[in-house]
Design a protein around this ligand. Structure first.
Ligand SMILES: NC(=O)N[C@@H](CC(=O)O)C(=O)O
Ligand SMILES: [Zn+2]
Ligand SMILES: [Zn+2]
Length: 344
């Protein structure tokens, strides 16, 4: 096969950042994806519908001409989120749901949740109005090993949360372990997960063997190969519970290549070809369409895309850097080759 097309995919987990960087990040995603869930971990965080509306306008201003792109805004759940804020979001078409960051778990999560149980009335309102809860699923306790943080979060926080609120619509974002796959499969159709390209294509050896590779560092951290294999099987399984979410998360080169480097892989410049590379290596290209273009829209209740994008088998090299208004960034997979290329 030299060329194939699929309905325009959606990215169900994306960081665009703000300010001058939007001129780079918005076109990079809008070129390929029809919709994207926009993460609210700005400084300060996007906690209210009013803030989300302003942020959405700044994003819309950067969409290239003749391009249709719909940003779906996620609000940042805090200890101060109220039932009224859930009801307001439920009635607002521009808001897709609330994002739960355990405080301290990841980039710009300081304002995140410290006491999940104390928000039970908020989760009850989310379940009642079917407002999705998007979750960064890691505990942050200092005595829990970083490689165990997802599993411990699932066992001690998520399962009890869903036992208390069985109707809650929940997406476990950027899953990294077989434990997460088991958890999602054990739940009903209102629980799903997104999977990033880096967690499908890499394991922790790619982060640590032969030297530390800061551009492969993201959270939740890459796990051992047996977990990677479980994620790979989930992605090609044809289960509608697993779908595309890049978690493209740009940081300046100087912030990644540092004594204390930031977490996040800027995958947007190569996102769809990266997923195509993975599905091709698995001899499962026929499963890419459901994963990238159907299952996420079905889960969230959006129409499937009508327009199509085409990929051709022409090897290309991901650039070493991307110039932006805030300095160079090193994209994920920089200097490496990819087999599939998007036809403009
Ligand atoms: N994934 C990451 O490593 N980083 C994300 C935050 C997140 O999604 O956890 C970021 O905003 O940089
Ligand atoms: Zn996260
Ligand atoms: Zn993210």
């Amino acid at each position: 096969m030299q060329q194939f097309s699929l309905p325009r995919p959606d990215d169900w987990h994306l960081h665009l950042r703000d300010g001058e960087l939007l001129a780079t990040t918005v076109p990079a995603t809008a070129k390929v994806f029809g919709r994207a869930v926009i993460m609210p971990n700005l400084v300060p965080p996007v906690t209210t519908t009013a803030q989300a509306h302003d942020y959405r306008q700044r994003i819309l201003a950067e969409i290239p001409k003749n391009t249709e792109f719909e940003p779906l805004m996620a609000l940042y759940l805090t200890q101060q989120t109220t039932v009224e804020m859930i009801e307001q979001a439920a009635a607002d078409d521009t808001i897709i749901g609330f994002k739960l960051y355990p405080s301290g778990a990841t980039t710009n999560s300081d304002a995140g949740v410290t006491d999940i149980e104390a928000l039970d009335d908020v989760f009850a309102a989310m379940a009642k109005h079917q407002v999705p809860l998007l979750v960064h699923g890691e505990v942050t306790a200092a005595d829990i090993d970083i490689f165990d943080r997802e599993k411990v979060f699932i066992d001690t926080k998520l399962r009890p949360l869903l036992a208390r609120h069985p109707k809650l619509k929940l997406v476990l974002e950027h899953i990294t372990t077989g434990d997460a796959v088991d958890f999602v499969e054990s739940m009903g159709p209102s629980v799903a997960a997104t999977i990033t390209p880096q967690h499908l294509l890499m394991n922790r050896n790619d982060l640590l063997v032969g030297g530390v590779r800061p551009h492969n560092y993201c959270l939740p951290i890459l796990k051992r190969r047996e977990h990677q294999l479980r994620l790979q099987q989930a992605a090609v399984s044809g289960s509608p519970k697993f779908f595309l979410g890049t978690d493209s998360a740009p940081h300046a080169q100087s912030k990644k290549e540092a004594a204390c480097g930031c977490a996040g892989c800027y995958s947007a410049p190569a996102a769809l070809p990266l997923y195509a590379e993975f599905f091709d290596r698995m001899q499962a290209l026929d499963k890419l369409t459901d994963f990238a273009s159907h299952f996420g829209a079905d889960f969230y209740g959006y129409p499937r895309a009508q327009e199509r994008v085409t990929l051709k088998a022409t090897e290309w090299q991901v650039p070493s850097t991307v110039e932006t208004a805030v300095g160079p960034m090193v994209p994920y997979w920089a200097n490496e080759k990819l087999k599939w290329q998007i036809v403009d």
